[in-house]
Design a protein around this ligand. Sequence first.
Ligand code: KQY
Length: 368
Amino acid sequence: MSRKITETTPKQDGFRMPGEFETHKGCWMVWPERTDNWRLGGKPAQQAFVAVAEAIANFEELTMCVSQRQFQAAREELSDRIRVVEMSNDDSWMRDVGPTFVVNDEGEVRGIDWRFNAWGGLVDGLYFPWDKDDLVAKKVCEIEGKDYYSLEEFILEGGSIHSDGDGTAIVTEACLLHESRNPQLDKAGIENTLKEYLGVEKVLWLPHGIYLDETNEHVDNIVHYCAPGVLVLGWTDDESDPQYPYSKAAFDYLSTETDAKGRKLEIHKIHIPNEVLITKEESEGVDSVDGTLPREEGDRQAASYANFYIANDAVILPLFDDEEYDNKAIETLEKVFPDREIVGIYAREIILGGGNIHCITQQQPLGK
Ligand code: KQY
């Protein structure tokens, strides 16, 4: 049985969002099949999702949510250790549509069901409608028997927040203050909601995320908390790249800030890959549909190595077949995570859909 909680907040009840680096019970994903977002009927993306799911399943439980239409195909493609459950959906971004899990000191786990509007609703959302996706968080909590906090009015995607599990959250102004999310609230109102629901005392506000990120620049594409006080930051040395002022502003801000516990932040720069541009063939493989963001030949993708997933004992890292930067990203993460295996997955087919490995996964903490 799951109970929907509307009268209290996680902070009032003694819950906090743990860091992704804390121990997981498992991970949730959704199977990709939208032909107006994924090329060739979703087949290449499905293979990339299988690679991610199997890599994660080496370290923790993995549940794949699949529409009725694709259930049998997904079941065939995935190994038996992966649980496959039927769930209607509008697309496959579990980070954003799934619950944000919170824990208390006794190890009880609850979910948060934010409102979801497909990254901007009727202002600049990425597809219409999104009603099935808006039910995913609640359904995951029901399946797991977890009580969940339900926000009827507050729009938020999981990829737009990171928590250090120790009192600090990090977000971008570009996304959280965008008119398409919560225009009824000012910055202080948004910050207060984050503090109440994530159980944090301090919110760090980066001005921007990754250039051309169609989510209005989610924080999970530019930085990643690796431990309390330790972050990786998507970076470029090329001052003529439009990404440069975004990353430089983030670096300058983080260099002078402290977290909720008064720590100075340890920042590890991780260079973005060379430009990833949609090819003619890739563009032609995507159905063109009114109301869905087009995927045109030559469009630059918001590719970043910061969009990795921290699993139990491993980091699942997107790679781009980039001779200059793939190995450097691996080396940086080997230093930052000496006790975890760094598992690289060729992720071009995922970034072509508008996100990466972190965006398609959602961890469920172990609790007790
Ligand atoms: O979190 C994300 N990066 C999701 C992006 C959605 C893209 C839809 N085309």
